[in-house]
Design a protein around this ligand. Structure first.
Ligand code: ADP
Ligand code: F6P
Length: 459
């Protein structure tokens, strides 16, 4: 089997996929463990200039190859074009995107620098798999350097309708650069359709044929086992004891404006207002470690949440009960798994999300004898599969309030039936199934458009 070269801006700590790494790192762990592989990307450090030669570390079957980002590239490539322009546009938020030509120049420069540092490390029969929106231009840069290897690309985030995407300055340049890619994976069929339409509109109908939907998954049985093991762990018991018999609702997200956190908190507040019989009977724990904290919109969100949580707690709390507990520190994954298992309700209400792995993790973490209820945004990619969830419009606090009320009162047999439906889907499309499907499309054993969609229906 040829070597697999994964390229992503964020390279996880090989010992553990840390909380800041997000869904991408978590999903790739499996693919890397089973094959001779290289993981290439940013070291997470900054330096006066972007590195030209990667630092190499071997761990198991994987060589980690990383370069530092120059201060200027960190500012314009990472904070600027990637996180202040592309991220909001791809999540349908054209109105809050910030554009600056220096940012796009930094994006081009960094994609070229990544390609130049990777090219000398490549072997002729490597399979290269580039991930996410930071690196739309990298395949074209590799081709310009003479790389002939197969190159795949996976977009972990949504792709909006072309009328939105075209609001991005240089949108055409990104689309044209996709010519260099052999197989392009998206999370859902809607995302694929949007990208195909955008490609066709710039005369790249040939590239549109290489786009397919490949829903990403988790290590379902591994996470279920972890959650069951941690159910009696010290920190989990401490949380259970502190609830004093109350139900727990849980939210776990990077502190990101796409995750719908202010709206979720408002929805929880609306539930307590409209259905006062739940007051004092439920506690909502939101874990939201700070992410991209030096980008302006993220700082503003943090202030908004501090205020929103404070307001609801101030209005509703009793001397012995606060409705919302809010933590902006990272919590170890095993502990989170135990918390999820204990939670009667999992609140996953992003305004827009490529997939949302937390939704799948919450399902996997449940006790099959007494499962909790998933309240899920219709705008998360996961909603395509998880039809056993209570599906809500995350922009409508009353919709969230009504779903919370229904979840609180849901009889055990309905909870079980809904959970069984969700668990069947989570088990069928795991992280390794996702990898296999995409790689079989990339490595030519399957047609791209068919490989994803045709198998996306669980058995
Ligand atoms: P995104 O990729 O946008 O961050 P996902 O929900 O797809 O969103 O993936 C997030 C991943 O990071 C999940 O595996 C989740 O368990 C993990 N994660 C999120 N928040 C935390 C946290 N506070 N501590 C540890 N892991 C976290
Ligand atoms: O999964 C989406 C994603 O944007 C990843 O590409 C990224 O690594 C993760 O979220 C966390 O963001 P960041 O790398 O900016 O901390």
């Amino acid at each position: 089997m040829s070597r697999l070269v994964i390229v992503a801006n964020r390279v996880p700590d090989p010992k553990e996929a840390g909380p800041t790494a997000g869904g991408l790192a978590v999903a790739l762990k499996d693919a890397l463990a089973n094959r001779d592989s290289m993981y290439f990307g940013w070291s997470g450090k900054t330096a006066p200039q972007t590195g030209t030669e990667a630092a190499l570390h071997r761990h198991g079957t994987t060589t980690y190859a990383t370069i530092d980002l120059g201060h200027d590239d960190y500012k314009h490539f990472y904070q600027g074009f990637s996180n202040a322009a592309l991220w909001p546009v791809l999540h349908y938020r054209l109105g809050i995107a910030r554009f600056d030509r220096r940012d796009f120049a930094g994006y081009q420069r960094t994609n070229a620098a990544f390609a130049a540092a990777l090219a000398p490390l490549l072997k002729p029969d490597d399979t290269i798999w580039i991930h996410d929106f930071h690196l739309f231009l990298m395949a074209a840069e590799l081709r310009a350097l003479g790389c002939k290897q197969r190159i795949g690309f996976f977009l972990h985030v949504p792709f909006p309708p072309r009328s939105v995407f075209n609001g991005l300055p240089h949108a055409e340049k990104l689309l044209e650069a996709m010519e260099a890619i052999d197989a392009i994976g998206m999370q859902t069929e809607d995302d694929s359709e949007n990208l195909r339409a955008a490609l066709i509109a710039v005369g790249k109908g040939d590239v549109a044929l290489r786009v397919g939907a490949f829903a990403i998954g988790i290590d379902a049985s591994g996470f279920a086992k972890l959650a069951a093991q941690r159910a009696e762990a010290k920190e989990v018991k401490r949380l259970r004891d502190s609830l004093a018999g109350r139900s727990l609702a849980i939210g776990i997200d990077r502190l990101d404006y796409t995750k719908g956190l202010p709206q979720r908190i408002a929805g929880f507040g609306a539930m307590l207002e409209r259905f006062p019989r739940h007051r004092g009977k439920i506690t909502f724990l939101q874990v939201a470690p700070v992410s991209r904290g030096d980008v302006a919109m993220y700082r503003a969100l943090r202030r908004e949440l501090d205020e929103g949580v404070g307001r609801i707690n101030g209005q509703m709390a009793e001397p012995d009960w606060a409705p919302i507990r809010y933590i902006t520190r990272a919590v170890p994954r095993p502990t989170l798994a135990g918390f999820m298992r204990m939670a009667r309700i999992g609140l996953v209400t992003p305004l827009r999300d490529g997939m949302n792995l937390v939704a799948k993790e919450y399902v996997a973490a449940q006790d099959p004898a007494d499962p909790g209820v998933l309240v899920l945004s219709r705008f998360a990619g996961a909603a395509v599969e998880l039809d056993g969830a209570l599906i809500v419009n995350p922009l409508d606090p009353d919709d969230i309030a009504e779903a919370l009320d229904a979840a609180m009162d849901m009889p055990a047999d309905e909870r079980l039936d809904r959970w069984n439906r969700n668990w069947a889907k989570v088990k069928a499309v795991t992280a390794s199934v996702w990898c296999r499907r995409f790689l079989s499309a990339l490595e030519g054993t399957k047609d791209v458009a068919d490989a994803g969609q045709a198998e996306a229906q669980p058995a």
